[in-house]
Write a protein that binds this ligand. Structure first.
Ligand SMILES: Cc1cc2nc3c(=O)[nH]c(=O)nc-3n(C[C@H](O)[C@H](O)[C@H](O)COP(=O)(O)O)c2cc1C
Length: 312
């Protein structure tokens, strides 16, 4: 099974991806969180850093938007950097973007999707699409897939929830089954794979899947990809040491370009929303991190986390 890391804005940035690939591994394909153009024709410096072609392997940058001009700007920018693959986000449910017909908010407007694909595709760079099964209703699915089927796409990645659901409710596996029947493109499954049981259930239901994408489940168990791949796991002690290296590298990277403790803490603390689940007594760990008001307290909370040991 080929595995990719789902992009999570605020969590899976360059710093995390690089540290994860170096210390843990098991992921074949990485994606940037969505990148937005400023004034339609430039990338802000943190987003330029995200797509630096000299830093990471197997990275696919992700565009979000609904304007052909912006799509073409982003596409050409990536081609110039040497990328051969890009991804278009038709899945983001955040109301601020969806209301503006971006992300999953574009799914009810298949004619706009068609216009961008008709004039925006270019032989020099492959396009994949990451999408939900609709915004208001999964009845949107058929029309959208009919449009996508007219074009050459490398694959479609489907998180089978509606945009309006955000992250609530269950994934709609019946609708995902329809995608497999209706799409002429390779389909990647994404959504709620948090442990081996989830993975095996999906595979039993859809035995022809060749690739899955994992997000929150990976952050909560950083060794899940290695488990899925059936690789021999390091011992609990070794895993703890690897997590310590990963955290140390993330800490040092942010320290090198952020100024001041407030900025540093605003980057480091949120990752523990998921990262704490890797440790025993995870609730206590997360509480200690959340409460820590300065670097000294943060470092003490991190030491407490590592004293608890990793979960089996
Ligand atoms: C905090 C957060 C940020 C996200 N940011 C992005 C993003 O930038 N681009 C994107 O395509 N999906 C984004 N997603 C959606 C995930 O990539 C993924 O589709 C979703 O979490 C379901 O997969 P999972 O259950 O394995 O996490 C985000 C999800 C969360 C929870």
């Amino acid at each position: 099974m080929k595995l990719s890391l789902a992009p999570l804005q605020g969590f899976t940035d360059l710093v995390f991806r690089r540290a994860f690939a170096k210390h843990i591994g098991g992921i074949d394909q990485f994606y940037t969180p969505f990148l937005i153009l400023q004034n339609g024709d430039s990338l802000k410096s943190s987003h330029r850093r995200e797509v630096d072609p000299n830093v990471e392997e197997n990275l696919i940058p992700q565009f979000i938007g609904n304007s052909l001009k912006e799509f073409i700007f982003f596409r050409d920018y990536l081609i110039e950097l040497g990328y051969s693959k890009m991804n278009w986000n038709l899945g983001c449910p955040f109301p601020m973007l969806a209301k503006k017909k971006k992300g999953s908010g574009l799914l009810p407007y298949p004619e706009m999707i068609e216009e961008i694909l008709s004039d925006g595709l270019d032989d020099r760079i492959e396009l994949s699409i990451k999408m939900r099964i609709g915004y208001e209703s999964s009845e949107e699915l058929e029309t959208v897939l009919n449009v996508l089927n007219k074009f050459n796409l490398s694959e479609i990645i489907v998180h089978p929830r509606l945009g309006k659901q955000m992250y609530k409710g269950d994934v709609d596996l019946e609708a995902f089954g329809r995608v497999l029947i209706l799409s002429k493109h390779p389909v990647i499954y994404n959504g709620d794979i948090c442990n081996m049981e989830d993975y095996q259930q999906r595979l039993e239901q859809f035995p022809n899947l060749e690739q899955m994408m994992i997000g929150r489940g990976l952050l909560q168990d950083l060794f899940l990809p290695l488990k899925i791949k059936g690789e021999e796991l390091p011992t609990a002690k070794e895993r703890l040491a690897l997590l310590e290296k990963l955290h140390g590298e993330i800490y040092d990277s942010y320290t090198s370009y952020l100024s001041g403790d407030t900025q540093l803490l605003s980057k480091l603390k949120p990752m523990w929303e998921y990262f704490s689940a890797n440790f025993n007594n995870d609730r206590k760990v997360y509480k200690a991190i959340k409460k820590s008001g300065g670097m000294k307290k943060y470092n003490a909370a991190v030491a407490f986390a590592f004293q608890q040991g990793v979960k089996e």
